[in-house]
Design a protein around this ligand. Structure first.
Ligand SMILES: NC(=O)c1ccc[n+]([C@@H]2O[C@H](COP(=O)([O-])OP(=O)(O)OC[C@H]3O[C@@H](n4cnc5c(N)ncnc54)[C@H](OP(=O)(O)O)[C@@H]3O)[C@@H](O)[C@H]2O)c1
Length: 272
């Protein structure tokens, strides 16, 4: 295991579950000396703090609902008041919503845009100037392979992740000569609480990670930290996901359209 991140400070959003919790654990194992954990569920953050904090690692919890503009503003000022300047920013908090667009709960869609797009952008904007000044920094924006294709039944989620993927690539180019590295992490299915949160309460559409494509959260995070240390632009963990996604990405859209039509007809047959 590389000690590339030893002695650094890291901010992880969405640290109460899934990939974010795993990022915190593996960053701790790689020798970061200060960790800031953000999510809504304060009890989970505290439990993780109790597990990870020690003489060589200070862990602070910042419970916040990133769907609210004011909460993001407060979070940034609380981080500053705590003297926290991240070398590493893991913009991981996010969620999805699966089902027909016209049945979606409007408030859930708005929160999704606020967390997946707006909070991620604001936290990057907040962190980048200090990183540029210190001539070092690593940002991992958690996008998704879902952001590389139009995804019926996941239309808004996929579009938020297309934003994350695109924003990250552009920001990386912009910061190329500054010592600040930006990685777009584009996972396929990973077994976390994501499916439960994305599924709708009416039970009509449930999302669960297809087993054949799933990569464990432990593997996703360790590959991501290695890719960040190497200064990679983008990571699609798992060959079973990477190969079809790269193929679809390099195929002209007009050639892919019949395939997309076929996929979407599974959800809403022509006669419906
Ligand atoms: N799992 C997959 O198949 C998959 C695939 C591709 C990309 N991703 C992306 O990976 C990231 C992590 O997801 P996961 O799979 O680890 O899902 P997860 O287990 O549901 O974890 C999501 C995390 O985001 C936090 N979060 C959600 N809404 C929030 C809000 N309003 N304010 C603050 N924190 C919030 C949650 O914390 P609280 O609920 O405590 O606030 C939780 O810690 C997401 O961006 C997701 O889109 C996941």
């Amino acid at each position: 295991m590389s000690d590339h991140f030893a002695g650094m400070t890291a901010l992880v959003t969405g640290a109460s579950a899934g990939l974010g919790e795993e990022f915190a654990r593996q960053l701790a194992a790689r020798g970061v000396t200060r960790l800031a954990l953000v999510a809504r569920r304060a009890d989970r953050l505290e439990a993780l703090r109790a597990e990870l904090a020690g003489p060589a690692l200070r862990v602070d919890c910042f419970p916040a609902d990133l769907a609210h503009e004011d909460a993001v503003t407060h979070l940034m000022s609380d981080l500053e008041a705590a003297g926290f300047a991240p070398d590493i920013l893991i913009n991981n908090a996010g969620f999805g919503d699966v089902g027909n667009f016209e049945d979606a709960e409007p408030a859930k869609l708005e929160s999704m845009l606020a967390v997946n797009v707006v909070a991620l952008t604001r936290l990057s904007r907040w962190a980048v100037p200090g990183m540029v000044e210190r001539h070092r920094g690593w940002i991992c924006n958690v996008g998704s392979s879902a952001g590389m294709l139009p995804l019926p039944q996941f239309a808004v989620y996929a579009a938020t992740k297309a934003y994350v993927n695109s924003f990250s690539e552009a920001l990386r180019l912009e910061l190329r000569a500054t010592g600040v590295k930006v990685l777009a992490l584009c996972p396929g299915p990973v077994e976390t609480e994501f499916g439960q949160v994305a599924s709708r309460p009416d039970g009509k559409r449930k999302f669960s990670a297809p087993a054949a494509l799933a990569v464990s959260k432990e593997d996703v995070v360790s590959q991501t930290l290695d890719a960040m240390a190497a200064g990679s632009a983008r990571l699609i963990p798992g060959l079973a996901v990477r190969f079809p996604i790269l193929l679809a990405e390099s195929t002209p859209r007009w050639l892919m359209r019949p395939f997309f039509n076929l996929v979407s007809s599974r959800f809403r047959p022509e006669s419906a």
